[in-house]
Design a protein around this ligand. Structure first.
Ligand code: HEM
Length: 458
């Protein structure tokens, strides 16, 4: 058997090692590792990951609900759920994201409303070096708030900052070494401090969401849905009135779906945007070209989604940022939904599967220079934007990111609006070469702590 097995106890191993040298190059595109007592099948490279997630989408489309994922949602909601309940919650969320905002205000309008607030915070620093993390996370959290609750929050509102900071911290805790130990040996739980902290975050978040939902319930007008929560409550009420008391539209699914939209939709988008700004400061000649294109095509007008087709270079830079930053390198673990034969191997129903998105985004048979920041990966010889099938930053198939459309819109509008307004550079005394692109490894790959100067053109 070409599938090899070995002990995988070095948890904080370099991800690049995993894909490049140690594992996939050495053991091929499908191999097994052991997370403690648990056997996990790893899929590497564009062709293999695509075959599993797209061609055999049903076979590989279930979520592996590890102990920590179970603690998050107890099997409810979207991200860490399976079966008919997951299907219904995913479908309902997708419809709402597509309509949102709910036929009245589209997502684009909600993002455009938020942009001036983010710009204002950047301007307050008057070109001095600062950490972009918090304002960026607050801005993208407000987009989800607008869609879910039908309103944005002030960046100083403690209820909101508490929610956003907790969600951010929980993502980082989920990727910690001790939580990986807990996933392997759940009986260690009582001795793991990160788990205690995470459980407290989960309980606090649940309390806040429940409280916000209660407020919305009291002022609900079925003719005027303000957001996802209203829409869910109306559906629940309608089903109850028609005597269906046993539907998937219950409070746990509401609270955990809301938590999932925040959890999956803020750190990811915010981190990507921050990678984009860091890369602009690191590669000023690329920033020059983005700014030249924005100034030539849009001038000082507000960038809109419809401008994207006329900004091929900027679009390529955003895609290349996502490709290189590769923020969800191992996707979120899947399991096989039935016994599967795959590339000649037999994989039992319920086997944990990791599709290594990183190995797709950096597959050297797909990308000319996989490890360098090269926007030409997404441009043809005439400088036109080209879509690439191996661009799987949002994964693919049955579990493909539910917020892909929204995230793409946010990244484009926030990035172009910030680049139109500011020049990004390293702090005084730090050179472009000094800016470190080594990610801080967690559940998602974040830029290492850094500061940037955002100098306004005015
Ligand atoms: C799932 C990436 C933004 C909601 C995922 C997955 C990835 C991903 C890799 C796992 C797919 C798999 O299991 O194979 C990203 C990236 C984003 C982003 C790179 C931003 C740059 C968003 C946003 C939302 C969102 C804005 C919410 C509006 C979700 C949900 C799932 C998911 C709910 C779970 C889907 C399921 O299990 O059925 N995302 N995401 N994501 N994402 Fe995103």
């Amino acid at each position: 058997q070409a599938v090899c097995e070995f002990c995988f106890l070095r948890i904080h191993i370099s991800l690049r090692d995993i894909t490049e040298s140690m594992l996939s190059k050495k053991y091929g595109s499908i191999f097994t590792v052991h997370f403690g007592p648990k056997k996990v099948v790893v899929l590497a490279g564009y062709k293999t990951v695509k075959q599993a997630l797209v061609t055999q989408a049903e076979d590989f489309g279930d979520r592996d609900i590890t102990p920590v994922f179970y603690d998050f949602n107890q099997g409810h909601g979207i991200l860490f759920a399976n079966g008919d309940s997951w299907k219904e919650m995913r479908r309902f969320a997708l419809t709402n994201l597509r309509d949102f905002g709910m036929g009245k205000k589209g997502s684009e309008e909600r993002i455009l409303e938020e942009i001036p607030y983010l710009i204002e915070v950047f301007e307050k620093h008057e070109g001095k070096a600062f950490d972009t993390t918090q304002p960026v996370i607050y801005a993208v959290s407000n987009i989800i708030s607008a869609i879910v609750y039908g309103r944005r929050f002030e960046y100083t509102d403690p209820l909101f900052t508490g929610m956003a900071d907790r969600a951010n911290e929980s993502i980082h805790l989920t990727g910690s070494a001790s939580i990986q130990m807990y996933n392997m040996f759940p009986w260690l739980g009582p001795w793991i401090n990160d788990l205690t902290r995470l459980k407290k975050n989960i309980a606090d978040s649940k309390m806040v969401v429940t409280e916000l939902v209660r407020g919305l319930k009291e002022t609900l007008n079925p003719q005027m849905c303000r957001g996802f929560v209203d829409s869910f409550l109306v559906r629940k009420q309608t089903l109850e009135e028609s005597g269906n008391l046993d539907s998937f539209y219950h409070d746990d699914n509401l609270v955990f779906s809301v938590a999932n939209l925040f959890g999956a939709g803020t750190d990811t988008t915010g981190t990507t945007l921050r990678w984009g700004l860091l890369l602009m400061a690191k590669y000023p000649h690329i920033q020059d070209q983005v700014q030249e294109e924005i100034s030539r095509v849009i001038g000082s007008r507000q960038p809109l989604v419809e401008n994207r087709k006329n900004l091929p270079y900027t679009d390529a830079v955003i895609h290349e940022t996502q490709r290189l930053a590769n923020i969800v390198p191992m996707a979120v673990p899947h399991t096989t939904s039935r016994d599967v034969t795959f590339q000649g191997y037999f994989i039992k129903k319920g086997t944990s599967v990791i599709p290594l998105l990183m190995s797709v985004l950096q597959d050297d048979s797909e990308w000319e220079s996989p490890h360098t920041f090269n926007p030409s990966h997404f441009l043809d010889e005439q400088g036109r934007f080209v879509k690439r099938d191996a661009f799987m930053a949002f994964s693919a198939g049955r579990r493909v990111c539910l917020g892909e459309g929204l995230a793409r819109m946010e990244l484009f509008l926030f990035f172009t609006s910030l680049l139109q307004r500011f020049r990004f550079s390293p702090p005084p005394g730090v050179t472009e070469d000094d800016l470190d692109l080594t990610p801080s490894v967690g559940f998602t790959l974040n830029p290492s702590p850094h500061q940037l100067c955002a100098v306004s053109w005015d």
